[in-house]
Design a protein around this ligand. Sequence first.
Ligand code: GLY
Length: 556
Amino acid sequence: MKTRIGVLLGLLILPLLISAAPLKPGHDAVASAHPLATQVGMQILAQGGNAFDAAVAVSAALAVVEPYSSGIGGGGFWLLHLAKDDHDTFIDGREYAPAAASASMYQDKNGEVIPGASLNGPLSAAIPGEPAALVYLNKHYGRLTLAQDLAPAIKLARDGFPLDRLFHEMIANRVDKLKQWPAAAAVFMPGDQVPPAGYLLKQPDLARTLELIASKGDAGFYTGELAKAMVDAVRANGGIWSLADLRDYKVIERQPLVGSYHDMRIVSAPPPSSGGIVMLEALNILSGYDLPLLSDVMQKHYIIEAMRYAYRDRAEYLGDPAFVKMPLPRLLSPYYAAGLRVSILPDKATPSSDLAPVLAQAPESDHTTHISILDKDGNRVAATFTVNFRFGSGFMPPGTGVILNDEMDDFVSKTGVPNGFGLVGNSANAIAPHKRPLSSMMPTFLVTKDGLAILGTPGGSRIISMVLLGTLDYYRGGDAESIVSIPRYHMQYLPDAVYYEPDAFTPEAITGLGKMGYTLRQTNPYGNMQAITWDYKSGKVTAASDPRDIGTAIVK
Ligand code: GLY
């Protein structure tokens, strides 16, 4: 009884402690995956824009300078904190399936999944959400006009920018895909060649499309001439979009998912992202261990097991909340976590095959982007958005400059068939008209009585384990540099293996985990996290972009 009252008091006191926050940070900070996009964010803030204007401008700039990761032909999630009302909200600009989509649309007449059908070309493209999200963000939360927010991206597209090394490599790695779609090849492979780093890449069609959005808002993209051009091109090349699909698309403003880890408040992505739920379930499991008192090997063991159990539930239960009933109170209950914890042995890996089996799961991409922004008033944005795989579907409707996503691949094409990333799942994430595919993208805020962190990353299914490790690092006192840099490891239930970066495990950990029965697979470095922290007491703001990639972070 005493403990219960203690828990209740704790729950009541926690928000009080946490809202004992803050004066204004007095600094602006932007972290993004591309130096030009980070500069655009700082420019908009210097012009008098707030964090939300900066988010619109940086998102649009990334559509120009990093179109292999995200773009206005894609979608994503924008998590916002409004300082003046101390209020968090979540803009769901996730794509939805066209009305003509069906659960078996990527299967042949024998019911076999057609390889690549959900990954390449216009049939793999869902209806984009990013343009609507940017218009919505500007209209409801920005201080500047939409034209002001989009101006830097339009300039980058029209005047061009020098191709960076990474962009060059992305084109070189996707030559086959781009070559299939002439409009895309004309932009990214002029003269049928992969342009060298330093090449001045201009995208005049994309500049015109952005101008249409800047002057007409939603109507510039979702109705009118551009919409007709996109639908005609999609249908002429085997796709199933209609004008009504575009006209009817709406962003959804949702309540963010809120939970806690000890005395830290966590604000993250709700469904149709799986990210917040999976991370909170894992943290609930972990909160029953005194991690700092455990050896390095035991800490890793429990963190990996928490990942395993939480990812398994992702596979079974999660999907678009408009279509699936999900047992969220149970998945997020500390009592449920306690039940899972008792089945974790202290000296042994749990074989994933011992957990109740789940059949098919959502495929996900390894390319996506994340931005973190804090303005001097304390408004903040964490946003993760994508065209799914590199250059999405590869398809660009001629004359638009817009690469369409291949987000349809985030659905389950057929129960029981794992995707390109070896993930499994079930009918909760089957394809249906105007359904949003399950995502792992999880822009996140962490708030303690001493400060806060803004973080997120691309990385497909690994997003969740990366944000989990970043969260534990912040809880241990890490600043932005530490959060984005810590070595990573990942377990997603199936395949039953732990993937780890070269520096993630000491030789002792490798031996110890091996003895417990883990299959360990070393992998190349992965992820591209962007983080900002603000320490209330010292007033210090730190920002960092993942050292594994070319992004930059600026604090002013
Ligand atoms: N397309 C990757 C994700 O939404 O998680």
